[in-house]
Structures are given as structure tokens and as C-alpha cells.
Design a protein around this ligand. Structure first.
Ligand code: V47
Length: 376
């Protein structure tokens, strides 16, 4: 059964921390390699616990795993359509069927993106999009086929659990069969999007109707059972609180204990511009670093923590390499989801740029592929 223990966690979320946890106790646990608890997570997220102490602890955990290595890859994004049946309040990218800004890419445009990716040395294409009212499952399969048949060396990290759940709805077929067909068409792995905040109280307000936590976990569990690796994310800095964040992280840890199929966790800071939550302030760099550090400490079984520079901004992403993160994601090209929501980061970094960002904070840059194998 998916997500065993979720109800118990929800109750804990509502009760909150009543323990007398101290920082020294948490440090002793981390030094001894012991697992941190729900209450430890709540404690570390408190604003009155010195950020740099939390960061130093996370850095210890990061250095144990990865030394001074910081990973990056050469990648590009493809969003074949922005038209979406869902109306998530945090999303600036989506469009209604008849919106002027709505688009659907043609086969030629998709192939041209593949050509550009290979020409510019990409090893990965990150493919996500809207759930188009008029496109069937076969169109989403075809996007993969168009690219995989022509550019077989390009790893296609495609379709979030929310999209897979939409395909279930469209085809009335089980998740396993859908994933097998997508793999046959060229799917390499699943990106971590669509996780948002798992707690139902938050989900109801920011992404009502779309795949819930139980479904999100069922899809990732099935992918892992099939040998398809995946990433996981958490969208923070909107209406959630610290209890929801810890609950979210520990649910991920629980599945990872079971399957070991997650490669990387990517905390995603909410960008409010052009969304229905535009009245909310953007999370500060201090919050970004604290969330990254606590993620490294709680997710003791997920190998990589990604500081997604597009979302964090370059300076904070560099600092994050000292707060638990070991990966900057990629050179990235054609990113729309964050740029539509007000991100001011560049559209692409060169390989020299990304390597210099890593070297400048005393780390060793290592190019990886999507499955974290060293390249070159
Ligand atoms: O699920 C959407 C988030 C996610 C906004 O797997 C927003 O390696 C902030 O999942 N402000 C998609 N966040 C991006 C994603 C991702 C990114 C990089 C790497 C990987 C990976 C995955 O972006 C969505 C949602 O949580 N999102 N709108 C916004 N306005």
C-alpha cells in the first residue's frame, strides 16, 4: 500500500514538536551517522537555530558522501505544450486552451530542439509540459519517439508523476503498463516535479484535483520497481509551514528506504510573479539555504541534493554547495517554468561558467550524466 504511515504523520504535523531537542543532541546524532527524527527536522527549521550551524552540519553530511565534488550536467529543457487542464495556483507557465499564450510544438520544432541539444553537447533533455485537453497519450509517446529514434544518445528525463497519472486517466491502463510503453519509446528516467507539498491540507489549496501524494508515490514506486530511476522535489515558500516541510521530506525518505530509486532531491523555492499567489513574497536566500541544509540532513538515504541555480540564483546556488548540496543541475537551455514566474537568472550557462562557479567556492567540478555516471 502506498505511503504507509501517512495518517500518523499528518497527526504529528497537527500536533507539532513537543520534544526538548537540542542542537548538541542533533549534532551528536549526525556525527554518529544516526537518523534524524521528525522533531529534529522541526527544530533545525526554526529561525532561532543559527543558520550557519545547521549549514555546517549539512556540509559534514555532504562531505562524507561526496568530498569536495560538485556535479553538473549539460542539459536542455523541452516543454512541448503549456496548455494544461489543471490550474495550480503557483504556476505561471500554464495556459488555457484558448489563451493567446498557449502553444503546442510541432514535430519539426521538437526535432529541431533535439538537433540543437546534440550539437551543443547535451547528454540530457528534461521534458515536461501541460496536460493538453485535446492531446491523447499517443502524442506524449510520440514526443519521446521523435527524439529517441533520431538522437538515441540523449537521455530523456521526461513526464512527471502528474503527467503519468493523467495518462492513466486517458488510457484507463495501469501505471506499470504506461511506464513500460514510455520506456519502449525512449524514456530514460522521471523528473521529480509535481510533488509540491504532499500534505493534503496544502495540496487542496494549491493544486486541487491533480495527483495526490498517494498517487505520486505509487507512480515513483512503480518506476523504481521497473528499474526506472527518478528525482524528487519539494515546492516551498508559499502557504506551507515547517510541519508540512518535514512531513514531505520524511515521506520521501520512507519510499527511498523501500526502493532506493531516487537519485536526487531538488528543493524548489516558489517564485510568485505572474501566478495566482503573486501577493506572497519570494523566500529569502536564508530560507533557501536552511531548507537545503535540512533536506541533506533528513534525507540520509538520497544520494544527491540539487541546488537548482535557475531557481536559487547563481550566488545562492554557489553558497548552497557549502550547505549540503552537491549538484548544480545543468547548463540548462530553454527553461520556461521559472522564467515565466519571474526568475532573473540567465537563460543558459556555458560549461566554462558552471565549472568556474564550482571552482570559485573551492569544490571540484565533475560532469555527470543523468544517472550520475562521470562523463569524460
Ligand atoms: O512541479 C512550478 C515547480 C516544478 C513554479 O527532476 C514552481 O531534476 C516555483 O520539477 N515557482 C517543475 N516553482 C520543475 C521540476 C524540476 C526542476 C529542476 C530539476 C528537476 C529534476 C525537476 O516546478 C513543478 C513545481 O513544483 N513550479 N511553478 C513557480 N512559480
Amino acid at each position: 500500500m502506498p505511503n504507509v504511515g501517512a495518517r500518523e504523520k499528518v497527526e504529528r504535523v497537527q500536533l507539532g514538536s513537543k520534544s526538548g531537542t537540542t542542537f548538541q543532541e542533533i549534532r551528536a546524532k549526525v556525527e554518529a551517522g544516526e537518523r534524524l527524527s521528525f522533531d529534529d527536522g522541526l527544530y533545525l527549521l526554526r529561525r532561532d537555530v543559527p543558520l550557519h550551524d545547521v549549514g555546517a552540519l549539512a556540509h559534514l553530511a555532504r562531505e562524507r558522501r561526496h568530498g569536495r565534488v560538485a556535479y553538473y550536467n549539460i542539459n536542455t529543457h523541452l516543454n512541448p505544450t503549456n496548455v494544461c487542464v489543471y490550474r495550480c495556483t503557483f504556476c505561471a507557465f500554464r495556459a488555457d486552451l484558448r489563451d493567446a499564450k498557449g502553444y503546442v510544438m510541432s514535430d519539426q520544432e521538437i526535432i529541431a530542439r533535439g538537433e540543437e541539444a546534440v550539437r551543443t553537447g547535451c547528454t540530457e533533455m528534461h521534458i515536461v509540459g501541460g496536460l493538453h485537453h485535446q492531446k491523447g497519450f499517443d502524442w506524449y509517446v510520440r514526443v519521446l519517439q521523435l527524439l529517441h529514434e533520431r538522437f538515441p544518445s540523449l537521455h530523456l528525463k521526461a513526464w512527471t508523476a502528474v503527467e503519468i497519472n493523467w495518462f492513466e486517466h486517458l488510457t484507463k491502463r495501469p501505471v506499470r503498463a504506461i511506464l513500460e510503453e514510455l520506456r519502449q519509446a525512449g524514456l530514460g528516467s522521471l523528473p521529480g516535479g509535481g510533488a509540491e507539498i504532499f500534505h493534503a491540507d496544502v495540496r487542496r489549496q494549491i493544486c486541487e484535483h491533480k495527483a495526490d501524494a498517494v498517487k505520486w508515490f505509487e507512480i515513483h514506486r512503480t518506476a523504481h520497481e521497473l528499474g526506472i530511476r527518478s528525482n524528487c522535489t519539494m515546492l516551498y515558500g508559499h502557504i506551507e509551514n515547517d510541519y508540512h516541510r518535514v512531513d514531505h521530506l520524511l515521506r520521501l525518505r520512507e519510499l527511498q528506504d523501500e526502493t532506493g530509486g531516487f537519485q536526487a532531491f531538488v528543493p524548489l523555492a516558489f517564485h510568485p510573479d505572474n501566478t495566482r499567489l503573486s501577493h506572497l513574497p519570494k523566500a529569502s536566500a536564508l530560507t533557501d539555504l536552511r531548507v537545503l541544509a535540512v533536506s541533506r540532513l533528513l534525507l540520509d538515504n538520497i544520494p544527491h541534493i540539487k541546488a537548482y541555480w535557475i531557481m536559487l540564483g547563481i550566488g545562492t546556488a554557489q553558497a548552497a554547495l557549502g550547505y549540503g548540496a552537491d549538484d548544480l543541475d545543468g547548463t540548462v537551455r530553454h527553461e520556461l517554468i521559472y522564467h515565466d514566474a519571474g526568475a532573473t537568472t540567465p537563460e543558459v550557462l556555458s560549461v566554462d561558467d558552471i565549472r568556474r562557479l564550482i571552482v570559485d567556492v573551492g569544490c571540484e567540478p565533475v560532469e555527470r550524466d543523468t544517472l550520475y555516471r562521470r562523463v569524460g
